[in-house]
Design a protein around this ligand. Structure first.
Ligand SMILES: Nc1ncnc2c1ncn2[C@@H]1O[C@H](COP(=O)(O)OP(=O)(O)O)[C@@H](O)[C@H]1O
Ligand SMILES: [Mg+2]
Length: 485
């Protein structure tokens, strides 16, 4: 189970059976779980006949209790929740140790800080050609991000002026976002790359700028796969017609000949002998089309498509070619069926996505006699086929992944900014002022990491505490270094 963050989304059923979502604070320092009284009233819950004694920092109080059913991180929880006035607190609900322990949740304090970003603060954009898959992804992202802009790649304009370079969308500068997902076909590889290059260091973007040209070209993809020892069918490329003829004379048949930039099975040709390869070569020559030659892997017309998000394969399907075809692409009439990949195959898929520098990546495999062979990667995969075959809402998985990564990016840039602040101001001055939120857990105060780093305080240090109504100062004993809070 994924650890919980300091703030989590909770879905609660109202008396009328409706589902309402809101944010709850996760507090390992609190015994019980509580809900704000006006929210409870609003949801038509309680008031409960039962009461419970609750210990808090204000002493012991007696509160009404209601029995609630809610979901937390995908787990259905049944718990007695005490009702209290939380109107002055940031979150209407608090999840205490009772729920955390009973359901075996772990709380990650790192994640805690990161979620202070607030789920609904982050914004995103999807730059795409407006395919059905992109729209589904945007729709799912809209449930997590504050807003998601649907940006039409065809309306993008790039200005590389020595004084100012910018991306214009519909004539206006492109807004700033926490996450930008760029996806388009191979025809837009250069535009995609340029957009990604502009925004790469400013927000989270799942596809590395240099990945677009590589992934949209099968030969470049195979070069990278080969450099990284990823298993693939033997692949050949000839620089000229005469070299191609020599190449075709020397290879073992049958072979596959394919266009480096083809998609959806449309550029894949089959030759069972030198004679047929030679005829194809003549045709390709008139078309002035470069092509790659690949050993034919007999899989009975089956291939595997896996969707990798970061370090995981989230969905995989086996595709079977239509009975009269060797190409198993769904677009060519292939049928999909859910499969679970073994560890080794999953690891090959994850590594493929990693070396191609794509956090969101579809990997196509053929199951050869000695294991999986990668034939292609796709950074703008269609989602309908795999969603239908596996029953996994891949668009939703992508949205969740992008959201978590955007939060991580924001957290990292926040800590980088704090770090910069400390470097810039901290070195010269003995005291710096940091406006931040602190966490109070019973008798303990959680101080931001950066403040601990600056003071160098370690557990057991002797300090002098000076306290007034609105100020708390910690001073290391026998030291004039002051950590002002
Ligand atoms: N080397 C090969 N051996 C056997 N079948 C292949 C080979 N390469 C491609 N195919 C078949 O053709 C289909 C399309 O090939 P692929 O390289 O994925 O190109 P595309 O970009 O057109 O999808 C594959 O899904 C697979 O069924
Ligand atoms: Mg393919």
């Amino acid at each position: 189970m994924e650890p919980l963050g300091g703030v989590e989304r909770v879905a609660l059923k109202t008396a009328g059976g409706e589902i309402r979502e809101f944010l709850a604070k996760v507090d390992t320092g609190s015994d019980g779980t509580s809900l704000d009284e006006s929210v409870a009233k609003d949801l038509g819950l309680g008031p409960g006949a039962v009461t419970s004694k609750v210990k808090s920092s204000h002493g012991v109080s007696v509160r009404p209790v209601i029995h609630c059913t809610f979901t937390l991180a995908g787990v259905q929880i049944n718990a007695d929740v005490n009702i209290t006035d939380r109107s002055k607190l940031k979150f209407p609900m608090l999840i205490g140790k009772d729920v955390l322990n009973r359901y075996g949740f772990i709380v990650d304090t790192n994640k805690e800080l990161l979620l202070h970003v607030g789920r609904s603060e982050l914004t995103a954009a999807v730059v795409s050609l407006g395919s059905e898959s992109s729209l589904r992804t945007i729709d799912e992202m809209g449930k997590l991000f504050k807003h998601v802009d649907n940006i039409d790649m065809k309306k993008i304009e790039l200005r590389l002026d020595p004084k100012k370079h910018e991306i214009l969308y519909g004539g206006k500068p492109l807004g700033s976002y926490d996450c930008v997902y760029v996806k388009g076909s191979f025809r837009y590889a250069q535009v995609s790359e340029t957009i990604a290059r502009f925004i790469f260091s400013k927000c989270y973007t799942p596809i590395h700028p240099s990945s677009f040209e590589v992934v949209h070209d099968k030969l470049s993809t195979h070069l990278v796969l080969h450099e990284n020892n990823i298993p693939m069918p033997a692949t050949y490329f000839a620089a000229s017609r005469s070299a191609a003829r020599d190449l075709l004379k020397g290879v073992k048949y049958p072979i596959i000949m394919k266009f480096p930039k083809g998609t959806q099975g449309k550029g894949v040709l089959f030759a069972d002998s030198y004679t047929s390869a030679n005829t194809i070569l003549d045709a390709l020559d008139t078309l002035k089309q470069p092509f790659i030659v690949q050993e034919y892997i007999d899989t009975n017309g089956e291939d595997i498509r896996a969707i990798v998000l970061g370090n995981h394969v989230v969905a995989a399907m086996k595709r079977k070619a239509a009975s009269d075809d060797i190409r198993s692409n769904i677009h060519m009439g292939g049928l999909g069926e859910k499969v679970t990949l073994d560890e080794k195959t999953s690891a090959i898929c994850v590594k493929t996505a990693k070396v191609l520098m794509a956090d969101i990546c579809a990997v196509d495999l053929l199951m050869g006699p000695h294991g999986a062979l990668v034939i292609e990667a796709n950074i703008s995969p269609g989602l309908q086929g795999i969603t239908k075959a596996t029953g996994i809402n891949v668009a939703q998985e992508i949205a969740k992944f992008l959201y978590d990564k955007a939060v991580e990016f924001r957290k990292r840039s926040m800590s980088d900014d704090t770090q910069k602040l400390f470097e810039e101001t901290g070195l010269g001055k003995s005291t710096i002022t940091l406006t931040t939120e602190i966490g109070v857990r019973g008798n303990s105060i959680l101080i931001p990491d950066a403040a601990i780093k600056k003071t160098g305080f370690v557990d057991g240090d002797m300090v002098e505490l000076s306290v007034s109504d609105s100020e708390l100062k910690l001073k290391r004993k026998n030291d004039n270094k002051t950590g002002g809070l």
